[in-house]
Design a protein. Structure first.
Length: 202
């Protein structure tokens, strides 16, 4: 296996390429599941994650009211009876903080962290027809190759600008900058929150 810490790697001075049997882009719900299954099969795997922690959508999105849109139990991993018994959802529609805690719990319980490289944004992925493998490059210049490449970035990973539904004086401007990129939002008012109304329309 290659270097297994979760901090940004420095590019190899000699241009060396790391080799794995599989590379996964993204350490969210799908990425963690794929990592678990591939490791269970005995494959060498590296996960590249842009964020500073695991969780994917539930790491990045922290806007008011961010939560599951279905019953919490339907989002839980069902491949481990022990996990199902150990974790008790506190809400019927769980909110972002608990969702993120759950995914961190899973990463620790199944010892997935050694195979995850955080703060590592993939800048390119090119298939080598001659070698029959993928070469992935991280923004810091690090390169890695694998026969299998799994994109697990999800559909909510791109930043989206917020457009205010009101003309003139916008109650949200200043509180919200970018959905999914600003990550954290503080509401300018107590009680009835105008920020929640905007997000509900997105």
């Amino acid at each position: 296996m290659g270097n297994t810490d979760q901090h940004p790697h420095k590019p190899n001075g000699n241009g060396a390429v790391e080799h794995y049997e599989a590379i996964i882009i993204g350490a969210g719900v799908s990425g963690l599941y794929q990592l678990y299954k591939l490791r269970e099969m005995g494959l060498s795997v590296r996960v590249f994650e842009d964020a500073g922690g695991v969780g994917g959508t539930w790491y990045w999105n922290r806007y008011p009211g961010c939560r599951f849109d279905s019953e919490s139990e339907t989002y839980g991993y069902s491949w481990s009876k022990e996990l199902l018994q150990e974790w008790n959802w506190k809400e019927h529609f769980s909110g972002q903080p608990e969702n993120e805690r759950y995914l961190n719990f899973v990463a620790d319980k199944f010892n997935l962290r050694p195979h995850i490289q955080l703060n590592s944004c993939v800048s390119s992925a090119v298939y080598d027809e001659n070698e029959h493998c993928w070469e992935v490059q991280v923004e810091n210049g690090q390169r890695a190759r694998a026969q299998f490449l799994i994109g697990a970035v999800g559909v909510l990973s791109a930043a989206r600008s917020v457009s205010c539904p009101r003309r003139g004086r916008c109650p949200v401007r200043g509180a919200v900058g970018v959905l999914s990129a600003a990550r954290s939002v503080s509401c300018p008012r107590r009680g009835r929150c105008p920020v929640r109304e905007v997000y509900a329309r997105l």
